[in-house]
Design a binder for this molecule. Structure first.
Ligand code: C2E
Ligand code: MG
Ligand code: MG
Ligand code: MG
Length: 292
């Protein structure tokens, strides 16, 4: 009987499936329109070096200025793009826009780097490395070493060998690779062993609670230790207070990123922020505790 009902239910669910398809089609049309109308914008979050508190890089984080719903963060709309034909065009837009900003900063005499989040489908797209190669070729003024590709552990899940090859090609072009959200995947250690990476980004969920939670602290310490044994630098995400920053410094972490330093900021404010940071950063890690 249950089987019969199951079959019937499946039948009843069909209209729902159509509704789902219709909604998805609408969402994708809206995203296509948004891309055409330039409704996307990159914000940038500072990444600083512990040894001298210097601003060394900025991570590009996408926002959608939706005409009705206001400004949306990635969690509101990136899932809609999953497995759609828009992943690659949007990914390419992010790459271009981030590198454009890098050039703006360079022209202003600054030498910080930019980090770009790359999702699995974009990385695995046949044209990914050749697109980057021709882009760098036509922008000879760029130093590829100032561009970091952030990949999630899950990126490599489907085809680790191919992901490794693509990343190796990118590194041979001079680009850097960071392993994002390290520790949250199912086989973090395997990825660390297999993927060619220049930097490990320890996930903010561990960092955020590490002062209160001994287990989270143990994970953060272990990742830093592991990274040292692999001769890889570590960046801690989710640094919300100067107390976090000091604890991470004492553990041997080299780079920091988080609300305690700065929230992601619109591109046009980056140069001002950098100037302010230069004036106030000295005291930040050493004592008083307040950011600029
Ligand atoms: P992510 O790459 O791990 O980026 C860090 C996220 O943590 C950002 O959220 C940032 O605003 C947030 N964050 C930074 N510091 C702190 C902190 O101290 N406390 C807390 N609570 N949060 C902090 P956001 O901008 O919402 O981005 C979420 C995720 O969306 C990113 O995680 C990244 O995986 C993805 N994403 C963002 N932009 C892009 C993009 O252009 N392309 C792709 N493929 N993915 C993107
Ligand atoms: Mg990232
Ligand atoms: Mg991350
Ligand atoms: Mg994340």
């Amino acid at each position: 009987l249950a089987k019969e009902m199951g079959r019937n239910q499946f039948h009843f669910f069909d209209p729902g499936l159509d509704e789902y398809r219709r909604q998805r089609r609408n969402q994708l049309m809206e995203l296509t329109r948004a891309l055409e109308n330039e409704e996307f914008e990159l914000h940038f979050q500072p990444q600083i070096r512990v040894s001298d508190s210097k601003l060394v890089g900025l991570e590009a984080l996408i926002r959608w200025n939706h005409p009705v719903r206001g400004q949306l963060t990635p969690g509101d709309f990136l899932p809609m793009l999953d497995n759609s034909h828009l992943e690659v065009p949007l990914g390419q837009w992010v790459v271009k826009e981030a590198i454009h900003q890098l050039n703006v900063w360079k022209t202003a005499g600054e030498d910080f780097a930019v980090s770009i989040n790359i999702n699995a489908q974009h990385l695995m797209d046949r044209s990914f490395a050749t697109y980057l190669e021709s882009y760098l070729h036509s922008h000879a003024e760029l130093d590829p070493g100032q561009i970091t590709l952030e990949v999630l552990e899950s990126t490599a899940l489907e085809d680790t060998k191919r992901a490794s090859n693509v990343l190796a090609t990118c590194r041979s072009l001079g680009l850097k690779v960071a392993l994002d959200d390290f520790g949250t995947g199912f086989s973090s250690l395997t990825y660390l062993r297999t993927l060619p990476v220049d930097l490990i980004k320890i996930d903010q969920t561990f960092v955020r609670n590490m002062l209160a939670n001994a287990h989270d602290r143990a994970i953060v310490e272990s990742v830093i230790f592991l990274a040292q044994r692999f001769s890889r630098p570590v960046l801690a995400e989710g640094v919300e207070t100067a107390e976090h920053a000091r604890a991470l410094r004492d553990m041997g972490c080299q780079f920091l990123q988080g609300y305690g330093i700065a929230r992601p900021i619109p591109a046009r404010q980056v140069l001002d922020w950098a100037r302010q940071w230069r004036h106030h950063s000295d005291c930040w890690l050493s004592g008083s505790g307040a950011g600029p």
